[in-house]
Design a protein around this ligand. Structure first.
Ligand code: PFF
Length: 456
C-alpha cells in the first residue's frame, strides 16, 4: 500500500488546459477518422448513417466518456485500481479495467500493423515509388509490401519502438508536449487537402456519396457498426479515457472537454471524408473499404493531381500524426497498469508492454503472408482482434461502466466529480449525463450489441 501511494504521489499530469485538450483529442483522432469513418458512412447510407452515428455519440458516447474521465480523475489511478477504489469493497467492478486492458492489447495488435503501413507509405511517397495513376500498379505495390513478412514485421516493430520512446519521456514531456505540436499541424494539413479536393471537377459526386441519405441501408448491423464506431472513435471501453482522466488537473472542466473533443473529432472525420471522396470520384475510382482506400486508391488519385506527390506525403504524414496520438493513449493503458499494479518501474513497464505488443502484434503482421490461411471462427487474426474488441469488449465495457456510475457510484459522487467538487455550476449537464448513464446508454448499447451479434 505504501508503494502504491508512492506511485500515486508521483503520477504525471497534463499541465495545461490546451495540453489536456490536445492529448485527449489526440487519442480520439486516429486512423478511425481516416479509414473507418468516411468509408463506413458512405457505404452504409450516407446521411442516414451519420445521423445514427451522431445519435449514438450523443446518448452513449458523450456520457460514457464523461464517466470514464470522471472515474479516472476521481481515483487518480490506472483503470483497474480506479474501479477498485471507487467500488464498494469486494465487488468485482475492476474487471471493467481488466477487460479494457485486454481490448487495448487486441486493438493495438492490429492497429500497429496499419500504422506500420502508414509510416512505410510516408517514405514510399517521398521516394515516389508508389506514384502511379494505375490502381493495378498501386495495388501490386501494396500487396508486395504486406505480402513480405520481414518488411511487415520490421515496420510494425519500428512503430512500436517509436511509440515506446515517446512514452518513456512520460506523460507531460512525452504525450502532452507532442500532442500540443501535432494536433494543430494535423488540422492545417487536413484543411489544405480538403481545399484541393473540393476544387476538383466531380467534387459534388464525392460529397453525394458521403452525405446523400439512403435509408434502405440502415440495417441492424449498420446500427451496430455506427455504435461500435462511436466507441472506437472516442477511444471508449478500452481504458484510454479512464487513464487520461487520471492525468486531468483538478480544475479541468470535464463536460466541456468532452463536448469539445467530440465536436473536433467529428470535424476531423468529416473533413477527412471531404478530402478523400471528391478526389476519388473525380478520377473515376470506386470508393473502396479500409486499407484498399488508403493504400491503393489514394496513391492512384494523388498521382493525377498537380503537386500530387507533395500532397500525398502530406496525407500520409497526417495519417501518421493521427495514429501516433491514438496509439500513445492506448499503449499508456497497459504501461500504467503494469507500473502501478505490479510495481514495475515505468521504464521497464513500457518496454515490457512494447515487447508483448511486438509478439501479439506479429500475428497481425503475418496475417497477409505466413499466416494467411490461419483462421479462428472463420476470421484471420487481424479481423478477429478487430471484431472481438470493437463489437464485444468495447460495448460491454461501456455498458458496465454506465451501470457502475448510474447504479453504484451514484449521482452525488458523479455530480461532485463533474462539477470539480462544486466549483462549477453545471447541475443540468450532470443530471442529463447521469440520466443517460443510468437508464439509456446501457439498455441501448445492450440491445444494439445483441441484435448486431445476431443474438436477439
Ligand atoms: N479513437 C481512435 C481512432 O479513432 O482511431 C481509436 C483508437 C484506436 C485509439 C487505436 C487508440 C488506438 F491505438
Amino acid at each position: 500500500m505504501q508503494e502504491a501511494n508512492n506511485h500515486t504521489a508521483k503520477r504525471g499530469t497534463f499541465s495545461s488546459g490546451f495540453g489536456v485538450l490536445a492529448a485527449t483529442l489526440g487519442s480520439a483522432v486516429g486512423l478511425g477518422n481516416i479509414w473507418k469513418f468516411p468509408y463506413l458512412t458512405g457505404a452504409n447510407g450516407g446521411a442516414g448513417f451519420l445521423l445514427i452515428y451522431l445519435l449514438a455519440t450523443l446518448v452513449i458516447g458523450l456520457p460514457v466518456m464523461m464517466a470514464e474521465l470522471a472515474v479516472g480523475r476521481q481515483a487518480r489511478s490506472n483503470p483497474i485500481t480506479a474501479l477498485q477504489k471507487l467500488a464498494p469493497k469486494g465487488q468485482p467492478w475492476w474487471l471493467i479495467g481488466a477487460a479494457g486492458m485486454i481490448a487495448a492489447f487486441l486493438i493495438l495488435s492490429f492497429y500497429s500493423e496499419v500504422v506500420a503501413w502508414v509510416f512505410a507509405y510516408v517514405f514510399k511517397a517521398i521516394g515516389g515509388s508508389i506514384l502511379s495513376n494505375d490502381p493495378h500498379v498501386t495495388e501490386a505495390a501494396f500487396n508486395a509490401m504486406i505480402g513480405d513478412p520481414v518488411q511487415s514485421l520490421l515496420w510494425q516493430w519500428g512503430v512500436l519502438i517509436f511509440i515506446g520512446g515517446i512514452l518513456l519521456l512520460g506523460v507531460t514531456k512525452g504525450i502532452e508536449a507532442l500532442a500540443k505540436k501535432l494536433m494543430p499541424l494535423l488540422f492545417l494539413l487536413l484543411l489544405v487537402l480538403c481545399a484541393v479536393s473540393l476544387s476538383l471537377d466531380k467534387a459534388s459526386e464525392g460529397l453525394a456519396f458521403l452525405f446523400n441519405p439512403d435509408f434502405s441501408k440502415i440495417t441492424s448491423s449498420a446500427i451496430l457498426t455506427a455504435m461500435g464506431l462511436a466507441f472506437f472513435k472516442l477511444s471508449l471501453g478500452m481504458g484510454a479515457m479512464l487513464t487520461y482522466g487520471s492525468y486531468f488537473r483538478d480544475d479541468q472542466n470535464i463536460p466541456m472537454t468532452t463536448v469539445r473533443v467530440m465536436a473536433a473529432d467529428l470535424c476531423v472525420s468529416m473533413l477527412a471524408g471531404m478530402a478523400i471522396f471528391p478526389a476519388v470520384f473525380t478520377f473515376g475510382f470506386a470508393p473502396a473499404a479500409g486499407p484498399a482506400l488508403v493504400f491503393i486508391t489514394i496513391p492512384a488519385v494523388f498521382s493525377q493531381i498537380p503537386m500530387g506527390q507533395l500532397l500525398m506525403v502530406a496525407f500520409f504524414v497526417l495519417a501518421a500524426i493521427a495514429a501516433t496520438g491514438a496509439m500513445l493513449s492506448l499503449t499508456e493503458v497497459p504501461v500504467v497498469i503494469l507500473h502501478e499494479r505490479l510495481n514495475i518501474p515505468r521504464r521497464r513497464a513500457t518496454m515490457l508492454t512494447i515487447l508483448s505488443l511486438a509478439l501479439l502484434g506479429s500475428t497481425c503482421a503475418l496475417t497477409n503472408n505466413v499466416l494467411a490461411n490461419f483462421k479462428l471462427f472463420g476470421l484471420n487474426m487481424f479481423d478477429l482482434y478487430d471484431f472481438i474488441s470493437s463489437n464485444v469488449i468495447l460495448p460491454a465495457g461501456g455498458i458496465l461502466l454506465a451501470v457502475f456510475v448510474g447504479w453504484v457510484w451514484g449521482k452525488e459522487k458523479f455530480g461532485h466529480a463533474l462539477s470539480n467538487q462544486g466549483k462549477l455550476n453545471n447541475p443540468t449537464v450532470t443530471r442529463a449525463a447521469f440520466f443517460l448513464l443510468r437508464y439509456v446508454s446501457p439498455v441501448l448499447t445492450l440491445l444494439v450489441m445483441l441484435k448486431g451479434l445476431n443474438l436477439l
